[in-house]
Design a protein around this ligand. Sequence first.
Ligand code: GLA
Ligand code: ZN
Length: 675
Amino acid sequence: MNVITPKFPQMLHGGDYDPEQWLGYPDVLENDITLMKQAHINCVSLGIFAWSRLEPEEGCFDFGWLDDIIDRLWKAGIYVDLATPSGARPHWLADKYPEVLRVWEDGSRAMFGGRHNHCFTSLVYREKVRIIDTELAERYSSHPAVIMWHISNEFSGDCRCPMCREAFREFLKKKYGSLDRLNHEWWAHFWSHTYTSWEQIEPPSYKGETAVHGLDLDWKRFVTHQTVDFMKAEIAAVKSAAPEIPVTANFMGMYFDGLDYFELGEALDVISWDSYPEWHAPCGNEVIAMNESLSHDMMRSIKGKPFLLMECTPSTTNWRGISKLKKPGMHRLAILNAIAHGSDSAMYFQIRQSRGSAEKFHSAVISHTGTSDTRTFREVTEVGEMLEKLTGRIYGSSTPAEAAIIYEPQSKWALDKAQGPRNAGLNYFDAIQRCYHYFWANGINVDIVNENSDISRYKLVVLPMLYLWRDGFSDRLREFVKNGGTLISTVFSGIVGENDLCFLGEATEEKLSDVMGYWVEETDSLYDGEANSTVYSGREFELTELCEVLRPTTCEVLAVYGSDFYKGKPAVTANRFGSGMAYHVAANAPMEFFDVFIGDVAPQLKRALDTGIPAGVNVTLRQGGDGTDYIFVQNFLDTEQTVALGGDYTDILSGRSCSGEVTLEGCGAAVLVKE
Ligand code: GLA
Ligand code: ZN
């Protein structure tokens, strides 16, 4: 069993609670705790933005209010995920030490304001953070209520101050050793941009250098490196008092690509993330649900164990153009979907709705009315009851997967900058989603891992548009296929190496040509609305955006282009290598194509159910430590759906027996077990 929080090994229900905004309202605080109990809340994240209340003046601390609130929560049986407050600083800190404020891309320094915008190199900031973190750790680590540290909040962004620029140069010196090497890896002799001293190196900027792609890529790597370094310093501070208390940092999911979360994950005990899908958007909940499930799967795969849903809204956000309410039942369904994909919690932003400033209209468990008599409160309470029912069986269970999709943030960074055949959009996330749908729609668990992960444990590995291959990756792919694995790659994969230099040669091992059985001669780009086509398995599919013209060597051709001067040339290939198979789809193919194609070529993979699953319904499998299979079924349509089960099950949510099938109302869900 994977225990996330040993002091309280149960599914967590709660979220961000900001009593520091309400210190002048003792009745509100009292009432909040009563209502939290009523809503079956068992854990709150405390102090995330409380620095100015904890240290109102430099070196003068006021922990009285926090002592009091933690004690009261504890008496009520509510645990605490205690935050370090580095996400937003007090005025005095910026006023006295302006170096803590970020410098923007244009070279100007930010004024005080906002949040998530400190310099991550400043020694002053690091020292002030260390002091407050250590004070918190020494005071609260041994408190029975404190079960986890919440490091800062949603790390993001970069700073270009002189200290950060110097740290960047040090990072590069360590990486390349010499300017000769750097000039080569960055291809800097191009346009005479050769660097002749380290001091000439500046972060990429619209005012300066944007043409050296290696610079851009290394800057993004440096930003992740420096963020991790900052985070590690915070972790060391909180662990100094009690190393056994786990640490997490709330991520923003797969579609935030400002940081390489795989690297951050290595420094953390627990992965957690803040999920705000746009339910009820015009594209339909089944599309939103699939994209959201993909992000959950990535968060789970970072550590290969359960994660925490650290934030989601109890109903509506306040930061979208249009912020819709979650319709009745949606909240429960979204939470079950998160759990189905590996979450061991349902946590919210926010417990008590803020009264003023930027987030006063963001929904909360307890709204401005301060009552339990709201639809949102009732739905949150139902989720709390549901988690209590599930915890004994689901908490700590695994989400076993025999297939993986490679998502490599560093490849996305390079791809976004590629200045290649289609600057109008290469749509990397779309490329991943089109492959992911097959797994989502067929009840097959899939991991979302990066290039550094151990792929030998899978039967099937899919590389959608995997442009950049980090050192050693092609060798691992070769081993994987040689040993019997099935590999599927799609257009514009394996184009550049670790530092964004194109692979040289036609059919080379570096490019995996021996495994794939072809090489790419040229790549055509199509206008939006323009399409080529292919016939595969008796059906015609449109091919759009990018079409590679392949030169087959040993591969078999499974389908060909239907038009243009490359009509009749391979669009889909297969190559046997060792005991495995390598497939390639040479153009941008639609989801419907991958639904058929992956189904044809994938080896036998474990399915949550062996029956057909209706469109719009997602089925996943979590496995208890005793080997029990828990089958999560979520209906994202508004209409009733019946799912064939091929056996008799019990729905542990409702207690009903499901003989041969389960019928779910619109927005309904079930957790099935064979009993
Ligand atoms: C983020 C932050 C929270 C809050 C919510 C609002 O996830 O971490 O502090 O601002 O957004 O949706
Ligand atoms: Zn800086």
